[in-house]
Design a protein. Structure first.
Length: 72
């Protein structure tokens, strides 16, 4: 996924993900891992495992605001 922002938590359901959060070293999470990404924080995620990867993201979004904003 390209660099983007959104509010909320991401829980890893399957596979192995690498998250790069602006200002921090990359972190690798496996199934059951949780990463809190503060609202508006630029980050990216990619599947670094073999096979499928899935996550569950929980956002609290104000009415009329986008769920995700892609950042260049």
């Amino acid at each position: 996924m390209p660099r983007h922002t959104h509010p909320g938590e991401e829980v890893i359901l399957e596979g192995t993900w690498e998250y790069t959060v602006e200002g921090k070293p990359p972190v690798t999470l496996k199934a059951g891992g949780v990463l809190f990404i503060p609202a508006g924080t630029i980050h990216s995620a990619r599947n670094v495992g073999i096979g499928r990867a899935a996550e569950l993201a929980t956002y609290t979004v104000a009415k009329g605001k986008p769920l995700i904003t892609v950042v260049q």
